[in-house]
Each structure stands twice: as structure tokens, then as C-alpha cells.
Design a protein around this ligand. Structure first.
Ligand code: KG4
Ligand code: ZN
Length: 348
């Protein structure tokens, strides 16, 4: 079974072609064209520009993917696409292209929730052009999904079953990283820059709050933490490089402490077999280390999964991996007429 998948929910135009057979996946193509350079001039993603770039790139990237996969369009069995949530002008390009392709080929179209993609990125444990056995995860699972638009703790009692236990009430954690980087004039996107600078900083230097750490629920709030960074920076007459490293290290630790402690609490309450990390912020090695350490200390029998480095940020391969679960479970198989682009799509 060959799935061609498309992802254009934000600032990456991505296409993947994956062959699935007996719970194994062979990645035939996985192309991501990032617009980050263009948006970084504006300090964040400009939706109308993102949409124009997707429109310019989508067909060439589709063609490059088919060429890389060395297959003709006729060999595609299913088309999958991220149909939300995300920036609507960006989503519409990918969904439009996917619909046209599915219609033209007479194949089913599967709409995938972006966060579902980030979660199922974990099902591919090895990335190469060979056949790789997919993860046979034991449920229940707690997912910590951390990206530029989302911060959620999700309980999965079984495959494709999601219960959002808690989420951010304001900024997503990735968004807080981007905003802190902006106020310190570090560049965009903030996450990777902050991670690198934090390695040279003292995370104990500045005592930032751990927002909602004892709220008794699984919700988060990061906008106050970002404001605490702003107030801290304003107290300084002179801001040197070392000070910036200390600020971002202390900020990062404060944000991750809350993420990790609430994830562990949820995993204990629901007696889960695995904890899964997903989304752009999951690339952060410090977060991975803190989470793995906390699992070892508190839940030694619980498994822990991080996506492969290549699959932490937005890509279409994760969309194909999620689509395969839908096909296997005969869930969500639609024709091109019934897959809307929905900026606020809910995870069901
Ligand atoms: O999942 P993603 O690529 O796009 C969205 O779905 O939003 O996530 C992007 C977010 C950005 O906010 C970016 O700053 C953050 O992920 N990010 C990181 C790291 N790499 C990307 N945050 C912390 N540490 C990183 N290494
Ligand atoms: Zn994402």
C-alpha cells in the first residue's frame, strides 16, 4: 500500500511517499521545503506569504517526491493531507492539492489532524530507505504534544483514541520560546537558538515562576512566564551574552519543569504503559533528558518514546504514518468531497 501525504499547515511545504506492508514502512520520499528564512525577517510566520510560497512550491515538491520515490502516480493507493489545525491560507493549499490529486487518481483522501501526525511520528523508529517495522505500542499512552501552536497532555486508551486531559490556556510552549527569543533579539524560530544558548547558561541563576505547577489539573500557562522574562530583562542596565544565556537557561528549565511534572502526574493517574513526546519542541534534548530522567525515577516500568530527530518538526511523513493507522482501522476513509480545511480542527 502506497500513501502519498501532504503537510502545509504552517511554514513547511512537505510531501512524503511511503510504502506500507505488514506493519512495516519503507520511506520512498520525504521532502520538506522550509520557508523559515523568509519568515525570520518578520520575526514570525506571515500567513499570506506562507500561502504564496506553498502555492509556488507544492507541485514542484510533489514532482520531486515522485521522482525520488521512482514511482508513477498510478501506484499511489491513498492520498493523505493535514486538514487542520493551522493557518487557513496555508492549509488550503495542501488540502486543495490533495483533493485534486485524489480526484484525478480516483483514490481515497484521508484528512489528518496535525497533532495526530506529531504523535504517530513516534511509530517509525528507524529512518532509512529500507523496510522498517513500525512500533507496536502498548496502550494506554500519555502524549505530551509541544509545538508552536499546541501544548497538550493527551490520554490514548487505544489506537486513534484521544482524550485531552489538559492544555495551555494561553501561549503554546513553542510560542513562548519564540517570543522570549524575540525580546532578547536572538532570531526566529526561538526554540533551537534558546536550546543552544541555554547550554552555556546557568539554569538556577534566575528564579522564574513555574506557572500552574500546583493548579491540580493538567492545564498550562506560558504567557506569564514570558512576561516574567520581560520584567527580568528590564531590570538590567547592560545585557551581555552570558546574561542572555542565563536568562534562556532559567526560562527553559522553568517551562520544562512544569511540562515534565504534569506529564508524570498524568501517567501515574492513568497507569500508562508509555509516554510519548511530539511536536517541534520535542527536538529539545534538554526536555528529552528531563522527561526520560523523571520517568526512570517515578515510573521505572513505563516506556518512553521521542520522535526521530528528522520527524520532530513539521513533515509529511508523520501524516502518512497517522493515515496508515486510519486505513488499518478503517477509520476516516473519505473521498475528496468530505475533507475540509479547518483552522480549528479538533482532535477526535
Ligand atoms: O511542530 P512545529 O514544527 O510547528 C508547529 O506545529 O507549530 O513546532 C515549531 C515550534 C516553534 O515554536 C519552535 O521554536 C519550536 O517548535 N522548537 C523548539 C526546538 N525546535 C523547534 N523549541 C525548543 N527547543 C527546540 N530545539
Ligand atoms: Zn507541528
Amino acid at each position: 500500500m502506497v500513501i502519498l501525504s501532504i503537510e502545509t499547515s504552517c511554514d513547511e511545504t512537505a510531501v512524503a511517499i511511503v510504502e506500507f506492508k505488514n506493519k512495516s514502512a519503507k520511506v520512498l520520499a520525504n521532502i520538506v521545503s522550509s520557508q523559515v528564512k523568509m519568515h525570520s525577517k518578520f520575526g514570525g510566520v506571515v500567513p499570506s506569504l506562507a500561502s504564496r510560497m506553498h502555492l509556488k512550491n507544492i507541485i514542484p515538491i510533489l514532482e520531486r517526491s515522485l521522482c525520488k520515490a521512482k514511482i508513477s502516480k498510478k501506484k499511489i493507493d491513498f492520498v493523505a493531507v493535514t486538514n487542520g489545525p493551522g493557518l487557513i491560507p496555508a492549509l488550503m493549499v495542501g488540502v486543495g492539492a490533495a483533493k485534486a490529486l485524489a480526484y484525478g487518481l480516483g483514490k481515497p483522501l484521508i484528512g489528518i489532524h496535525h497533532i495526530e501526525g506529531h504523535i504517530y511520528a513516534n511509530w517509525l523508529k528507524k529512518y532509512d530507505a529500507k523496510k522498517n517495522k513500525l512500533w507496536e505500542a502498548e496502550f494506554p499512552i500519555i502524549c505530551l504534544t509541544v509545538s508552536g501552536g499546541h501544548t497538550q497532555i493527551i490520554l490514548m486508551k487505544k489506537d486513534l483514541n484521544y482524550q485531552i486531559l489538559g492544555e495551555t490556556l494561553d501561549d503554546a510552549v513553542g510560542e513562548a520560546f519564540d517570543k522570549v527569543a524575540k525580546l532578547l533579539d536572538l532570531g526566529y524560530p526561538g526554540g533551537p537558538i534558546i536550546e543552544k544558548m541555554a547550554q552555556k547558561g546557568d539554569e538556577e541563576k534566575i528564579k522564574f515562576p513555574r506557572p500552574m505547577a500546583s493548579s491540580g489539573d493538567y492545564n498550562f500557562s506560558f504567557s506569564g512566564l514570558k512576561t516574567a522574562v520581560l520584567y527580568e530583562v528590564r531590570t538590567q542596565q547592560e545585557i551581555n551574552k552570558q546574561y542572555k544565556c542565563d536568562v534562556v537557561a532559567s526560562f527553559q528549565k522553568a517551562a520544562f519543569d512544569v511540562l515534565v511534572s504534569k506529564t508524570i502526574k498524568a501517567a501515574q493517574e492513568y497507569k500508562v504503559k508509555n509516554i510519548v513526546l511530539g511536536g517541534g519542541v520535542s527536538a529539545n534534548k534538554k526536555l528529552q533528558k528531563l522527561l526520560a530522567g523523571a520517568i526512570e525515577a517515578n515510573l521505572p516500568t513505563c516506556g518512553c518514546s521521542f520522535p526521530l530527530a528528522k520527524l520532530t518538526s513539521d513533515n509529511a511523513l508523520m501524516i502518512a504514518l497517522a493515515a496508515y493507522r486510519h486505513i488499518e482501522n478503517s477509520k476516516g476513509m473519505k473521498d475528496w468531497k468530505s475533507v475540509p480545511a479547518d483552522a480549528n480542527l479538533k482532535l477526535k
